[in-house]
Write a protein of this length. Structure first.
Length: 494
């Protein structure tokens, strides 16, 4: 395991500039200037097939955008960093490399930072970058917790930075057409949106003792704001998604893409007011902590959102394994985030929305970011920080409900569903989701007492203050933030 030396730390702190309270000059790319990028976090290579990650995909996407040039790669794993640099070298794009983000922030030859780290680093990297005068493209979820997301939004506003969230479906031509059709009112008002995420995952297994830190990894830097905890899983990279210390489960992994489009299609300007989750980690006798089967009801305004996650093999629902259904008064819209169609009340297709070319959406999305950086017009962004924050809040509320819940009988769960449905106006539909949830578990061989799992708490949020109220307020608000490990403390931005 590589360690950060005292000299490295001091250099890093000096390199953090304004992030540690010292003023620094700010250069902003102009309308005709080249935007120089640092990619922070390239993805793991210690898991099967893990020869790259989202950071590597973003390298490929940004290299296709005129006016963007990748000058720096940053990763705490030297092996991954070397691998990425070799690929760039072969492609004719030599880069500077470093393992410490603070060196990136001190570099006057970097205009914008692309954050593709594990979730627990997103907010600190984004806020520090804003304070250092860099624009930011940050992958989903925007932040590890609710409070962090708001700090990013405030930092973007306070420091005048361009911040785009990596929910690239907002740049899909097909979805933009679908949204315009939905808002035309031809199918009546939306009644609810239903996110379907059926993506089978493998068991993590268990380890008899903590896994050694790979010798090429600076684990102090990898941990950053999180505790310097033992690795209780086989692989350091990627598997962190399924542990609360670093990740947010599937609803915080792929969920933000689908929840974001639900919000976008429905409209709305605030986080949900209530949430109820049901779920569990079924059939996997492994070290994972997050649910692999999870249903959630979100009291989003003007219409509720349902989210349904199945990490065990499952048949499609209404033609979708992953996608969104927006049920309206006189029909519905169905999309897999790449293409879609509108149907009338008799299931007859009345409008189709096109399929973009492979890879187009991500390239279009990062190009939109570069255009906004050059124009200095945040209004051009397809996925600004505020929208990413409100969409990520949907996942945070669902997880919060689950984590504050307890095992319950089917009868108790049905009673809670009835009460929640009456509040949200989703009477009947969430009960149907629960019935199919039980049927799915039975089909997969899950029987009581393991089923039906955890009944989450009915949590209530004051969306203006973004604080929980009611009987569970103390416990819920404690989960909206965390204790940060010095010196990796997410700043309070006022």
């Amino acid at each position: 395991m590589r360690k950060t030396t005292r000299r490295d730390f001091v250099k890093g702190c000096l390199g953090a500039g304004l992030a540690f309270g010292w003023p620094r000059p700010v250069r902003s790319a102009g309308p005709n200037s080249e935007v120089r990028l640092a990619i922070v976090g390239l993805g793991g290579i210690d898991i099967p097939g893990g020869v790259g990650g989202r950071g590597r995909q973003l390298v490929d996407a940004f290299r296709k955008v005129p006016g963007a040039r990748i000058t720096t790669l940053c990763d705490v794993d030297q092996a991954i960093l070397d691998h990425g640099a070799q690929i760039m070298q072969k492609a004719g794009g030599a880069v500077t490399t470093c393992t410490d983000l603070r060196r990136v922030l001190d570099d006057p030859n970097v205009d914008a930072v692309v954050v593709a780290t594990p979730n627990h680093w997103h907010a600190l990297a984004a806020v520090w970058a804003c304070q250092a005068g860099k624009d930011v493209y940050v992958e989903k979820p925007l932040a590890y917790n609710l409070w962090e997301g708001r700090q990013i939004v405030t930092a973007a506003q306070k420091y005048g930075r361009i911040v785009q969230v990596g929910t690239q479906s907002r740049s899909s031509t097909a979805l933009r057409e679908a949204g315009a059709f939905l808002r035309s009112g031809q199918m009546g008002k939306p009644r609810y949106a239903h996110a379907v995420i059926y993506r089978a995952r493998a068991s993590l297994g268990r380890v008899a003792a903590p896994t050694p830190v790979p010798p090429t990894v600076d684990y102090d830097l990898w941990s950053g704001p999180a505790p310097l905890a033992p690795i209780g899983r086989r692989h350091l990279h990627y598997e962190w998604h399924w542990f609360w210390t670093w990740g947010n489960g599937e609803i915080g992994n792929n969920g933000p893409h689908y929840l974001d489009i639900c919000r976008w299609l429905l409209g709305g300007t605030e986080a949900p007011r209530h949430a109820l989750s049901i779920g569990g980690r079924f059939l996997f006798d492994d070290a994972g902590e997050t649910p692999n089967t999870h249903i959630a009801l979100l009291d989003h305004r003007p219409a509720p959102i349902l989210c349904e996650i199945r990490g065990l093999p499952a048949d499609p629902f209404r033609g979708l394994r992953t996608g969104i259904i927006v049920q309206c008064e006189g029909g519905y819209l169905r999309t897999d985030l790449r293409s879609g169609a509108a149907f009338d009340g008799q299931d007859r297709e009345i409008r189709a929305f096109g399929v973009p070319k492979a890879g187009d959406t991500t390239v279009t999305h990062v190009a939109n970011f570069i255009e906004a950086v050059r124009s200095r017009d945040a209004g051009q962004l397809h996925a600004p920080a505020l929208e990413g924050h409100l969409s990520t809040a949907c996942a945070h509320l669902a997880n919060l409900s689950y984590r504050l819940g307890a095992e319950a009988s089917p009868e108790a769960i049905r009673a809670a569903i009835h009460k929640a449905a009456a509040t949200t106006g989703a009477a009947g539909v969430f009960a149907d989701v629960f019935d199919r949830y039980l049927e799915h578990l039975t089909t997969r061989g899950v029987t009581r007492p393991a089923a039906p799992g955890v009944l989450g708490a009915w949590v209530t949020l004051d969306p203006a203050a973004e604080r929980f109220v009611g009987d569970l307020a103390g416990r819920a608000n404690a989960l909206t933030t965390r204790e940060y490990r010095a010196p990796f403390v997410v700043p309070t931005v006022a």
